[in-house]
Design a protein around this ligand. Sequence first.
Ligand SMILES: [Cu+2]
Length: 153
Amino acid sequence: MKKTAAVATFLALVTILVGGCGGGGAEPPESDVPPRSYEMRGMVRQISPADAEERQIWIHHEAIPEFVDIRGNAAPMDAMTMPFHLTESVDLSEVEPGDKVSFRLDVDWGASVPARIGSLEVLVPGTPLTFEESETEPVTEEPAEDAADHGDH
Ligand SMILES: [Cu+2]
């Protein structure tokens, strides 16, 4: 039961994260849950190209046991690779796929983009990370082929 709820929440989050791009005019979901931030770690898998319409970073993140869903219910998220939006203040110029990073995920379920990385820093390469996969289906969507070569302007 718990797992089903977590998966449903995850899918809802991904839908918002991915589907919320560039649509414009989308109504923010209604939620009384106060904004919350999560300190997270993971490995960078991909970064959207510099000229991409929507700046995103794909990170294989560690589990987030304390994650709370749009209704305020505990919805632990397993380790998985997924795309994240970023606030404009986050500088990715020194970040590359393969880097281990720590980052702060700011979640405000009432916002048009509910989850964004608000800060991010690269960890030393030897930093151990824990990726305990469960039966939860990881996000298989991969960025477009050309996302690999980020334009050096
Ligand atoms: Cu996730």
